[in-house]
Ligand binder design. Structure first.
Ligand SMILES: Cc1cc2nc3c(=O)[nH]c(=O)nc-3n(C[C@H](O)[C@H](O)[C@H](O)COP(=O)(O)O)c2cc1C
Length: 178
């Protein structure tokens, strides 16, 4: 299975490193497409090593072949998983904004889209975020819902990314061939 994994600027990037290990262990092909902010949390070399593939971060970088990167990635994947999904990138997806490689690819992608939001409780509960969640659900995106508990930002509430094992089980359940 070819999994395109979008990572965005949320503290839960550290948990997604373990998720990548589980995917690779299951024999899945993983390519990471990262926003610039995601790479502030976990660096390119970590994503590259764990995913065993180069990290995709720019549609405008030098490349060997002529295919636009966002189209090539959208064609390559069987499923597009975005975890962690920041409030910011969620808003872009909901409104069709395509201002980086991850969001361009999402617009170009016709494959199943699985979204795992992670953020501070007030960000999650904000009416703008909840309206964006509804827009994406109406468009048949699958949401892997955030959990309640202690958050890295110091508050207790909803917004926490599920643990890697739990996320992986949800992904496996979604992909029957695996
Ligand atoms: C320490 C720190 C932690 C953050 N954690 C989150 C988070 O968990 N979820 C979120 O939506 N935004 C979080 N942010 C804010 C995002 O990084 C910010 O909105 C950024 O612009 C997102 O960019 P991106 O969507 O292009 O990756 C955090 C910012 C900082 C400085």
């Amino acid at each position: 299975m070819n999994v395109l994994l979008g990572v965005t600027g949320a503290i839960a990037c550290y948990k997604v490193c373990s998720l990548v290990r589980l995917m690779i262990g299951a024999g899945w092909n993983v390519r990471v497409v990262a926003t610039d902010r995601a790479l502030d949390f976990v660096g390119e070399i970590t994503w590259r090593t764990l995913s065993q593939n180069r990290v995709e971060r720019s549609a405008f970088a030098e490349q060997e072949d002529w295919h636009p990167r966002h189209i090539a990635l959208a064609d390559w994947c069987d499923v597009f998983v975005i975890a962690p999904l920041s409030a910011n990138t969620m808003a872009k997806l909901a409104h069709g904004i395509a201002d980086n490689l991850l969001t361009q690819t999402a617009l170009a992608c016709t494959k199943p889209l699985l979204l795992a939001p992670a953020m501070n409780t007030n960000m999650w509960q904000h009416p703008a975020t909840q309206a964006n969640v509804q827009l994406l659900l109406n468009r048949k995106a699958t949401l892997l819902m955030p959990e309640a508990g202690d958050l890295a930002c110091g508050v207790t509430g909803t917004g926490r990314l599920p643990e890697p094992d739990a996320l992986f089980k949800q992904l496996q359940a979604f992909c029957p061939a695996n």
